[in-house]
Design a binder for this molecule. Structure first.
Ligand code: NDP
Length: 374
């Protein structure tokens, strides 16, 4: 009854959001899910990614566990509470999330909301005294990213971005081969990530909510892949909006291409789209090519090098990512995906849009200097 009461309040205040998601019938898990030792994580926004990837991954983590949830939908908590044995007092909505500061079960809030809400909830989480993991893209502008970094610093709280591929063995292998010049110097990267999205109701097609189109959603992986394979930051870029169906993709780009110049003749050609389907990261080195494709999926990744196929077997990227953040908070281990990295990527994305709009080449002078080195 108690939960129903506060949730009906949430509906009346109109914070329930407009998205209606389809959820599978949950199976009840009987094993105890809480660890006294790990960090308690509260998922903020119980949409597709939280439901189908993060919550299941939190059953495989060893340094953290699912302690709480924050949702605007009245019908969601009961299933979650039952399935994941979440304490009633650890269920919040968007109006009372600031009270999470008084809850000792929750150490981290994990923001899994539409992009335009990342900045507000990251800042509220930190101000409430909690560490924050924020999904990609970190925000909808580099300016907001900077505010988020500053707020977490001011509150003395750690901040990480949900960049799961920084822990994935195939992507780590691309970093190792490229950064260590295993097949000689890499002179060219080709990276692309696209999928078909034609649902006009989706917040991803609403610029106010998404901040942009496929670049914000999946193109960011091509941008990241280029940077971590080379272990370098780009110096300038040029972008072109190559949207095919301009009548449909009116608010955001449908397709975008951009070239990043890393100096010394090293370039990356990147592609992203909601009008096509591809998923690859390819490096051209002096002694041959190495690549992964699919490169950015949750599983089923595959790769090849001049010496043969890559084979790392199954791996839970999200569990590794969240466990690593917990180790960072608990033991001071390095945070491979700090807020500054999300800020760096939005700095680049802002300039990709500027270039696509103006047709000009844009300098990346002043880019936040953050790199994952292997
Ligand atoms: P969904 O639309 O499936 O879920 C978003 C959730 O946010 C909703 O279910 C809802 O949860 C909550 N919400 C609150 N206010 C609103 C609103 N006004 N409109 C819509 N939803 C609202 O999105 P995804 O789960 O696919 O994506 C969420 C975030 O995660 C995005 O930033 C995305 O980029 C990122 N993501 C990252 C991935 C990765 O691989 N790292 C993969 C997929 C997504 P509730 O009803 O509980 O309030």
């Amino acid at each position: 009854m108690k939960r129903r009461t506060f949730l009906s309040k949430a509906i009346k205040t109109g914070i329930a959001g407009s998205v209606i998601s389809q959820f599978p019938v949950f199976n009840i898990i009987s094993k105890p899910l809480k660890s006294e030792k790990g960090l308690g994580i509260a998922l903020v926004g119980l949409g597709n990614y939280a439901t189908h990837q993060l919550a299941p991954a939190l059953q495989q983590t060893v340094n953290c566990y699912l302690a709480g949830i924050v949702t605007g939908k009245y019908d969601k908590p009961d299933e979650w509470v039952e399935k994941y044995q979440i304490d009633d007092k650890n269920v919040y909505d968007y109006t009372n999330i600031d009270n999470v500061g008084n809850n000792k079960d929750i150490d981290v809030v994990y923001i899994v909301l539409p992009n335009a809400l990342h900045a507000e909830y990251t800042i509220r989480g930190a101000q409430a005294g909690k560490h924050v993991i924020c999904e990609k893209p970190m925000a909808t502008s580099a300016e907001d990213c900077k505010k988020m970094v500053d707020s977490c610093k001011k509150a003395g709280k750690e901040l990480a971005i949900g960049y799961r591929l920084h822990y994935d063995p195939y992507n780590l292998e691309m970093m190792r081969l490229g950064q260590n010049k295993v097949y000689g110097k890499v002179s060219q990267i080709n990276a692309g990530f696209a999928f078909h999205l034609r649902n006009k109701e989706a917040w991803r097609l609403d610029k106010k909510m998404a901040g942009g189109g496929p670049l914000m959603d999946v193109g960011i992986y091509a941008l990241q892949g280029s940077i971590y394979t080379l272990g370098m930051l780009p110096k300038k870029l040029k972008a072109t909006n190559t949207t095919v169906d301009k009548d449909f993709y009116t608010d955001i780009e449908g397709t975008l291409e951009w070239e990043m110049d890393f100096g010394s003749g090293i370039k990356s050609n990147c592609y992203t789209s909601y009008e096509d389907g591809y998923n690859y990261l390819k490096a051209h080195a002096e002694e041959g090519e190495f690549e992964i494709s699919p490169a950015y999926s949750y599983d089923g990744l595959a790769g090849k090098t001049p010496k043969g196929p890559m084979n790392f077997g199954p791996f839970n990227q999200q569990a590794a990512q969240m466990d690593a953040f917990a180790k960072h908070v608990l033991e001071g281990k390095e945070n491979l995906v700090p807020g500054e990295m999300g800020w760096r990527d939005m700095f680049i994305i802002d300039r990709i849009y500027e270039s696509a709009e103006t047709g000009r080449e844009i300098s990346l002078k002043g880019i936040p200097h953050v790199l994952q080195k292997v």
